[in-house]
Write a protein that binds this ligand. Structure first.
Ligand SMILES: [Zn+2]
Length: 257
């Protein structure tokens, strides 16, 4: 599978929040670089203003662009998300290992370590190119992706997006909830995951084990193959125990690929 990554994401100076913590992506990329049979790394180009503006107001873009480094990394993370979406559309499962994350960014505001909404920017690019008319977003981050919901649900342009933020309290109920939702999906032209690992054991949420992430990845694979020729991609959101993030990322990819 394709891993979209750029060394610039290792720069931890863009913010002082936990998503920007030094070394946070090191464990993931160590695993990626050790397993060349499974993972192929491709590098992104930054999103253009017109890409960002499909999801955000000019005012929001201008606010972020006042901080040069923050803007550079946010535009690159959005660009990497577009690359992942384009690869997925071509039939290559892909995962963008990026920061800053995006699911708490709404069109004119942001919080929770997020600045540009990566999922929305990437899906809207495919929609506006006429490639997709609908999408399914599984957001398995510990926190509800309010930005995804605000931007993607109830749109006026005909783009239809179903979003699931599972909220079951037990592990097996959580997996059952995801499976039942996918089973009920009628159509979606692509599957995207807001892949936060902060719901993991040893992380903030302390709920999901590595095998649960493998199962989430497997469900994304099985149901995308059933509904949309296997078109699927994932974007990194939260996850703050650096060792657990790496392990759970790898576990997810084992099922997802
Ligand atoms: Zn989170």
């Amino acid at each position: 599978m394709k891993i979209v990554f750029d060394d610039k994401f290792n720069n931890s100076e863009y913010s002082t929040d936990p998503a920007a913590a030094k070394g946070r992506l090191d464990g993931i990329m160590e695993i990626v670089n050790k397993n060349k049979k499974l993972y192929e790394v491709i590098t992104p180009v930054p999103a253009k203003d017109e890409d960002v503006l499909r999801a955000h107001t000019i005012r929001h873009l201008e606010r972020i662009s006042m901080d040069g480094l923050l803007f550079e990394l946010s535009a690159l993370a959005a660009g990497a998300s577009i690359t992942a979406a384009v690869e997925a559309y071509k039939g290559n499962p892909s995962f963008a290992v990026i920061r800053p994350p995006g699911h708490h960014a709404s069109s004119d505001s942001c919080w929770g370590f997020c600045f540009f909404n990566n999922i929305s920017i990437s899906l809207l690019r495919l929609f506006y190119e006429g490639k997709i008319k609908s999408a399914f977003v599984l957001d398995f981050d510990l926190h509800t992706g309010d930005g995804n919901i605000n931007i993607l649900e109830k749109r006026g342009d005909g783009f239809r997006v179903s979003i699931l933020n599972p909220h079951s309290i037990g592990r097996s109920d959580y997996i059952r909830e995801v499976k039942a939702y996918m089973e009920s999906l009628k159509d979606a032209d692509i599957f995207a995951a807001s892949a936060g690992f902060d719901q993991g054991i040893d992380d903030w949420g302390n709920l999901l084990y590595p095998e649960d992430y493998t199962e989430l990845g497997r469900l994304m694979k099985v149901y995308s193959e059933k509904i949309c020729s296997g078109r699927r991609y994932a974007l990194l959101e939260g996850g703050y125990n650096h060792e657990a993030v790496a392990m759970n990322f790898d576990a997810f990819c084992q099922g997802f690929n």
